[in-house]
Write a protein of this length. Structure first.
Length: 277
């Protein structure tokens, strides 16, 4: 069993990207990200802070647009349009969740595909579906980089994903399918979940429920990737019962220190890519 060190991998990734950012700056091109944060969601504030720190480390300029909870949809769209039109902005990120009165899909659709560093625009997702070059959402992309870095075979393997969200589960399934995995997607209406997860060579948990995946759900020798971030009074937990599951696996990601740091590193990667475009 090997515990995947997402933190170390993310550090190396950021160092490589820093060199690329320096090369761009030497040509007079300064990569710049704009982040829109609506309202005062605590977790979002932590994510945004982590992203700004990573930008600083890599040498990407960063602009934060803080909007009140009661911001109107028209105002949000106007701000996105303005950022789309600004030549100094290479990437635009709308931190989710946004307040319920706002339509997040319409907002994602409005972000120019050339600046869609989160990969949530339907054009980016459509291109991923067609296996064309595009911005891949950062969490699935980070997981693909982890699998690659640890020489984990994907081709012909049975990958089971628990969760079908637009930001994790669905793009994850496409990434794995594009690399020739046989993919099963499970969700809250899935019947006999355990029977399915027990068949997984690669099991990806993106549910948002603390320690949901237990040892009896995992095949011996499986690769287990834990996307979950569950903040409780006892601390931070993944979606996998790490202590009991780890001994059965060939590779497993911890929480924290697994998928999370690679998600941020892939955002940096996408900003550099957008700048080069
Ligand atoms: P989400 O939008 O809430 O989706 C959760 C998915 O889990 C849904 O598809 C849901 O099914 C499924 N699910 C819920 N209960 C289930 C059950 N009992 N059995 C099977 N499936 C079940 O969440 P998300 O945005 O994908 O995020 C998932 C987790 O990853 C969260 O903890 C989030 O904080 C974390 N996350 C981490 C990172 C990172 O960088 N590490 C990035 C993004 C998200 P239905 O579709 O049927 O409702």
């Amino acid at each position: 069993m090997e515990i995947i060190d997402g933190k170390a991998l993310a550090k190396v990734t950021r160092e490589n990207l820093k060199k690329e950012a320096e090369e761009l700056r030497a040509k007079g091109i300064v990569p710049k990200l704009a982040v829109i944060l609506v309202g005062s969601d605590k977790a979002s504030q932590i994510y945004v802070r982590n992203k700004s720190k990573a930008c600083e480390e890599v040498g990407i300029e960063y602009e934060e647009i803080l909007l009140e909870e009661d911001t109107k949809m028209d105002t949000l769209l106007d701000i996105i349009d303005d950022l789309n039109n600004r030549a100094d902005i290479n990437g635009i990120l709308l931190q989710s969740p946004i307040p319920e009165h706002l339509d997040i899909n319409e907002a994602f659709r409005r972000i120019s595909p050339e600046k869609d560093v989160d990969g949530f625009n339907p054009i980016s997702l459509g291109k991923l579906c067609l296996n064309q070059d595009t911005f891949v959402s950062c969490t699935p992309y980070g997981i693909m980089k982890i699998l690659e870095a640890y020489n984990i075979d994907i081709r012909g393997k049975h990958a089971v994903i628990i969760g079908r969200s637009n930001i994790v589960g669905k793009p994850m399934s496409l990434c794995l399918l594009n690399k020739d995995a046989t993919v099963t997607i499970c969700h809250s209406k899935t019947k006999n979940l355990k029977e399915i997860t027990q068949q997984a060579d690669i099991l990806i948990a993106a549910i948002g429920k603390k320690q949901f995946v237990t040892a009896d759900m995992v095949k011996t020798g499986a690769v287990v990737i834990d996307v979950g971030i569950n903040r409780t009074e006892e601390g931070l937990f993944g979606d996998v019962d790490f202590e009991n599951v780890k001994e059965k696996t060939s590779f497993i990601t911890p929480v924290p220190g697994g998928v999370g740091p690679m998600t941020v590193a892939m955002l940096m990667n996408n900003i550099i890519k957008a700048t080069k475009l």
